[in-house]
Design a protein around this ligand. Structure first.
Ligand code: SF4
Ligand code: SF4
Length: 95
């Protein structure tokens, strides 16, 4: 299991979650429109959920139906970052 970041993080990335994660497994780089949680490093502690101002983070099994595409995007990201970026742009085109 892991925690998953979903759509409301896109283009916000305020990084509140990064400050509280005890294992530094939330990845943020300039080229990304959102942050990503490394599923191999996340210890499922849930500490990142409440600090997020836009309720973007869910336990994998609790991700709302409308956001399930972000479960796949998160998995893809840690194999192919560019492919994940393309999928985010498809779901939420830049203005
Ligand atoms: S659930 Fe815990 S370990 Fe996983 S990303 Fe959130 S704060 Fe980090
Ligand atoms: S706290 Fe929420 S909006 Fe901010 S970077 Fe983390 S997931 Fe994104």
């Amino acid at each position: 299991m892991t925690y998953i970041v979903t759509e409301t993080c896109v283009d916000l990335k305020d990084k509140s979650c990064i400050e509280v994660c005890p294992v530094d497994c939330i990845h943020e780089v300039e080229a990304d429109r959102m942050v990503y949680i490394d599923p191999d490093e996340c210890i499922d502690c849930g500490a990142c959920v409440d600090p997020c101002p836009v309720d973007a983070i869910f336990a994998e099994e609790d991700v709302p139906t409308a956001q399930v595409k972000f479960v796949d995007i998160n998995k893809i990201y840690f194999k192919d970052q560019d492919a994940a970026r393309v999928k985010v742009d498809e779901l939420k085109p830049t203005a």
